[in-house]
Design a protein around this ligand. Structure first.
Ligand SMILES: NC(=O)c1ccc[n+]([C@@H]2O[C@H](COP(=O)([O-])OP(=O)(O)OC[C@H]3O[C@@H](n4cnc5c(N)ncnc54)[C@H](O)[C@@H]3O)[C@@H](O)[C@H]2O)c1
Length: 437
């Protein structure tokens, strides 16, 4: 499958596309879009339940099956779907690989996974091989091998798979994207962003148990959650679409947060207060691009701090500073060296997707509405049998920062090269389009 192909060519690309085209009893082959998109949900805990709810708000979507290793989670999702649609979805709760049975149903068009990180790649590989569009929570893969497996499987099967990076659809992120495209910042030079969010409570439960994120934090030191901040930057900087990430270097501050959190909550003698965690509290990564541009990325999820994704976008003519929600453009901003409020720009350079979907998004989707837009965009691609707006090359490039930072931190911040998942196509791929719903 070639992401450069137009829709018609994409649809007619050889036998490998047959599986994707043949899916769905009420889908019609060829260029006619399916009317109803039938989705199977794998992992319906906190995020999976929320995405299920979002799916139910989008016209023409049916949640046909749900899967979870915890029966009570699957049952709650079934109840949610039945209450909203009147139809009770099938349920798969027979262990960690029961998602395979869900993927092989013949009445599904797409499979979405919101399992813990280590299950994203296995579920997506199975979905693509079964001819179902894949939609995965972030990050898509945890190792370089997993990222390659995702890319190659999408290419070999001809089935698209999208990492559902919702932050790419934040209102300010998309406004900045349009401003970048219209040249307001001049040539882009540097971007900075971070997942800076105090989520100690999803590492250690209130009952004093080490949750799955805590298990990762105990074993790995690097940037374990890079895609929220890097996704928007990759779009602003045309990564895989004119430029590419070449190498990174990464270092971590000491690991103190989770130990201190456990001690404060459960006492200094609690096993989680005595435990050693590998994950440094603040991971800082520098990334260089082929065209010489730079990115600073942070991961800071286990310290007491306000939420702040930063989102600095800087070019030869000016800068957007997300923390302040302010902008400065030389020759445009009224005061020399003074930021001005972003709100008027948000209005003037509103992204067409937000113009089209703002009301539904704000009413029906979490995270300020971007959850609605990311799911809307995914479903649109499934319905029209087109490539997804974030493709497997994006997913792999953004996710591979996890293993590359772990390697760099372990080697005293040695530079580590990015694989070129596009195999040179980054030179000719067009930038992400700025279009509406
Ligand atoms: N994009 C966002 O804004 C956002 C927000 C929150 C979480 N997430 C992502 O969503 C995913 C889930 O996070 P969460 O907070 O909902 O975690 P969670 O622990 O609440 O839910 C995970 C669910 O997956 C189930 N599960 C585990 N292994 C499974 C398997 N093999 N097959 C089927 N089900 C399985 C668990 O029983 C649980 O119900 C993570 O990847 C996380 O990073 C994304």
């Amino acid at each position: 499958m070639d992401r450069l192909l137009g829709r018609r060519t994409f649809l007619r690309t050889g036998a490998t596309m047959t599986a994707a085209l043949a899916i769905g009893a009420d889908s019609t082959k060829g260029d006619t879009p399916v009317k109803t998109v039938r989705v199977g949900m794998v992992g319906v805990g906190s995020r999976g339940a929320s995405l299920t709810n979002t799916l139910l708000q989008i016209p023409g979507v049916e949640v046909t099956a749900v899967c979870d290793i915890r029966e009570e989670h699957a049952k709650a999702a079934q109840d949610l779907v039945e209450k909203s649609s009147g139809r009770r979805p099938a349920s798969y709760t027979k262990g960690e690989r029961d998602f395979e049975n869900l993927c092989h149903r013949d009445d599904l068009d797409a499979v979405i996974t919101a399992t813990p990180w280590e299950w994203h790649t296995p579920v997506m590989l199975c979905a693509m091989r079964a001819g179902k569009y894949g939609g995965t929570e972030v990050p898509a893969g945890l190792t370089v091998q997993e990222c390659w497996d995702l890319v190659k499987t999408s290419e070999e099967t001809g089935v698209p798979c999208m990492m559902l990076e919702n932050v790419n659809y934040f209102q300010n992120v998309l406004t900045v994207l349009r401003m970048v495209r219209e040249g307001l910042f001049g040539e882009m030079l540097h971007c900075e962003a971070g997942y800076q969010h105090d989520v100690r409570f999803v590492h250690i439960s209130d009952q004093g148990e080490l949750l799955w994120r805590g298990v990762h934090a105990a074993a790995k030191n690097g940037n374990l959650y890079p895609t929220h901040p890097i996704g928007p930057i990759a779009w602003w900087m045309n990564i895989n679409r004119g430029d590419r990430f070449t190498y990174l270097t990464s270092m971590s501050a000491p690991a103190r947060g989770l130990k201190a959190y456990a001690a404060a909550k459960f006492g200094a003698d609690h096993p989680l207060a005595r435990k050693d965690y590998a994950l440094g509290d603040i991971n800082t990564t520098l990334i260089k691009t082929e065209l010489g541009k730079t990115v600073t990325l942070y991961y800071d999820s286990c310290t007491p701090r306000p939420y702040d994704l930063i989102f600095r976008a800087q070019g030869t003519k000016g800068i957007y500073m997300g923390t302040l929600d302010k902008v400065f453009l030389e020759g445009v901003s009224p005061e020399h060296e003074q930021y001005e409020p972003f709100a008027p720009y948000q209005e003037k350079y509103a992204h067409p997707l937000w113009k089209d979907l703002e009301t539904e998004a704000k009413k029906n989707g979490g995270h300020g509405g971007c959850d609605y837009i990311v799911i809307y965009e995914f479903i649109k691609a499934v319905r029209n049998r087109t490539q997804t707006p974030q493709d497997m090359y994006d997913a792999a490039t953004w996710s591979v920062i996890v293993p590359l930072t772990i390697e760099s931190v372990a080697k005293q911040s040695a530079p580590v090269e990015f694989p070129d998942f596009t195999r040179g196509k980054w030179k000719t791929n067009p930038p992400v389009s700025v279009t509406g719903a």
